[in-house]
Structure formats: C-alpha cells, structure tokens
Design a protein around this ligand. Sequence first.
Ligand code: ADP
Length: 172
Amino acid sequence: MMRIRIVKADITAVDVDAIVNAANESLLGGEGVDGAIHRAAGPELLEECRRLGGCPTGEARMTRGYNLPARWVIHTVGPVWQGGGHGEDELLGQCYRNSLGLAAEKGIESIAFPAISTGVYGFPKERATRIALAETLRFLESSALPREAVFVCFSAGDFGVYQTALDAALGG
Ligand code: ADP
C-alpha cells in the first residue's frame, strides 16, 4: 500500500487532517508558505502561535487550523542553508521526524508537507527532497500513523523533482 502522495497544489487548499507550516523560530508568521497559511487560517492562528512562545529549529508545535480546510497546523522550523557544514541535513531531517511524531501522537491520519527550507531559507531542492522522502519513508515503516503523507509542490518543477526522488528512493 502506497502511503506517500505527491501533488502540485497550494497547501492552504489541501484537505488533510494536518498541514505542516515551514515557520521561523518566532512562529509569528513570515514570507512564503508561512504567510499564505496565516492569511488563509485567519488572525486566530497568530493569536494561538503567540502563546507558544516560539520554536527552536528542527522542532515542531501544533495549533488548530481555524479557517483552513485542515483541522490542524504543525509548525516546524527548517534550517537556513549555510553551505551544508552546519548540521543542515540533520536539522531538516528532524523537522520531518518531529512533525510526523507529533502527528502520530495526536492521532492524525493524513498530513501534508511543503518543501521545508527550500524557499527563502535556500536549502538545495534535490538534497532537501531526498531527506524529506527518506525520513518519511523510514518513519511510516515503523508507525501506523499518519496513514498518509502528502508532499505538496508549489511548482511543476518541484513536482518533477519529487517524482524523480521518490522513484529513486523506492527503486534502490
Ligand atoms: P523556507 O523559509 O522554509 O525556505 P518558504 O515558504 O520560503 O520556506 O518556501 C518553502 C517552500 O514552500 C518553497 O518550495 C515554496 O515554493 C513553497 N511554497 C510557497 N508558498 C506555498 C503554498 N501556498 N503552498 C505550498 N507550497 C508553497
């Protein structure tokens, strides 16, 4: 049974139990997917985020989804790319593991991820995609929840990168 799906979409419109936000450590909103999620969820999301008091890089926190189709938002903070020698791979892996762990703990059946750190934070796309898929495949092997993980690509180019990386991950 295939528990991973790749789609080209705006994550704010994806109908799953939880969407993941590529947030920053303040959790107070930002550019890119973070801004889009806050706009779509409405001001109550920012209010709940304020009460969380931030989140260190690599960790994850959960809030309600308010006006989003998704009932929950899992906020995780990806690493800023600094050339690859500053623990970026490990920190990005932690984002996926901690988001999936939180989802499993809360009984979440379906979760959707954006391409964490690959926008403003500058993480190379192919490398980030390999980490995202490897961590998720490994997690799902040993956990019944979440039942399904959806990778949401914002561009046709990203969709191709994910398809190629998934074929490679499954093939060898
Ligand atoms: P980061 O700061 O972690 O790099 P960004 O939001 O800048 O986060 O980018 C992360 C990824 O999210 C990029 O691939 C970007 O194209 C994508 N993205 C931006 N807006 C959306 C959206 N509405 N839905 C899904 N993905 C999005």
